[in-house]
Design a protein around this ligand. Structure first.
Ligand SMILES: CC(=O)[C@@H](O)[C@H](O)COP(=O)(O)O
Ligand SMILES: NCC(=O)COP(=O)(O)O
Length: 250
C-alpha cells in the first residue's frame, strides 16, 4: 500500500514573520512541495498567529491539492474551517506558551468539549483527524468520538531517537506500532507526525497501517542546506551581471 506525504509549511511562515514581510511565502513553498511530489499540504493556524496567518490559510485552500488544516477545537477555528471547507481538519491541543505542540489531545478529559466541534466539522463535509498520543485508552476514545482519522504524535519517539536513548526509542516505537494496529482494527485511518526526519520516517513507513505522514520542521530546516548552494550561486550571478561581468550571460 502506498503511503502519502503531507508537507507542513508552518516554518516557512515562521521565517517570513521574523522580518514581517512577504518572503519566504508559505504558499510558494506549498506549490514547490506539490511540484516535488507531496500529496497534501498541512498548516496550523494557531490562535496567536505566530506563523501561519488567516490569509495564508485562505490561499492554501485554493491550491489544487488537499489541505490538512491543523487547528485547536475553538469556536473561532471551527467557524474558519466551516467557511473554508478544507479537505481535512486535524484537531490539535494548543497552549499559548508552548514552543510547539507538546502532546496529543486529552480525548478522555475533553470528550464533552471536542464532540460538538467534531460534529460541526463533519457536518460541513470535512474529514476530521485527531492528533493524539499512541495510547490504547486514547485510541478507544477517538473511535468513540466518531472521527475517521487519528494522527499519532511521534514527538516523544523522535526526541528519544535524537537523544540516542535506545531503550526509550524502542519502547516508544512499540507504542506507536501497537497504536497503529489498534486504531486500524477499530476502522480508523492512521496518520503520524511531529519531529520526523529521514531515518524516523523510513522506520515508521514500514508499519503497514500508516496511511500518511505529515512532516514540516525537519524538511524546512534541511532545505536550507540542500538549497543554499543554488541560491548563493544565483546571487553571485546577479552581482556579476550588475558589474557587467560574465555572470550576465547566465
Ligand atoms: C500537530 C503538529 O505536530 C504540528 O503540526 C504542530 O502543531 C505544528 O505546530 P508548530 O508549527 O507551531 O510547531
Ligand atoms: N502534524 C505534524 C506536522 O504537521 C509536522 O510536524 P513537524 O514535522 O513540523 O514536527
Amino acid at each position: 500500500m502506498t503511503i502519502r506525504l503531507g508537507i507542513n509549511v508552518d516554518h516557512v511562515a515562521t521565517v517570513r514573520n521574523a522580518r514581517g514581510g512577504a518572503h519566504p511565502d508559505p504558499v510558494r513553498a506549498a506549490k514547490a512541495a506539490l511540484a516535488a511530489g507531496a500529496d497534501s499540504i498541512t498548516a496550523h493556524l494557531r490562535e496567536d498567529r505566530r506563523h501561519i496567518r488567516d490569509a495564508d490559510i485562505e490561499a492554501l485552500r485554493l491550491l489544487p491539492a488537499p489541505l490538512n488544516f491543523e487547528m485547536a477545537a475553538t469556536p473561532e477555528m471551527v467557524a474558519i474551517a466551516s467557511r473554508l471547507k478544507p479537505h481535512a481538519c486535524c484537531l490539535v491541543p494548543e497552549r499559548r506558551a508552548e514552543r510547539t505542540t507538546e502532546g496529543g489531545l486529552d480525548l478522555i478529559g475533553q470528550k464533552e468539549a471536542l464532540a460538538p466541534a467534531i460534529a460541526t466539522l463533519k457536518a460541513a463535509g470535512i474529514r476530521v483527524s485527531l492528533f493524539i498520543e499512541p495510547t490504547a485508552a486514547v485510541i478507544a476514545a477517538a473511535a468513540e468520538l466518531g472521527a475517521p482519522v487519528i494522527e499519532l504524535h511521534t514527538g516523544t519517539w523522535c526526541h528519544a531517537l535524537a537523544d540516542q536513548d535506545a531503550a526509550k526509542s524502542a519502547a516508544e516505537f512499540e507504542r506507536i506500532k501497537a497504536a497503529a494496529s489498534q486504531g486500524a482494527s477499530l476502522g480508523l485511518e492512521i496518520h503520524a507526525g511531529h519531529g520526523l526526519d529521514y531515518a524516523s520516517a523510513e522506520q515508521i513507513s514500514a508499519l503497514p497501517e500508516i496511511a500518511e505522514l505529515n512532516i514540516g520542521h525537519f524538511l524546512i530546516g534541511e532545505a536550507v542546506f540542500v538549497g543554499l548552494g543554488n541560491t548563493i550561486a544565483r546571487m553571485r550571478q546577479a552581482m556579476e551581471r550588475g558589474r557587467g561581468m560574465r555572470g550576465a550571460a547566465a
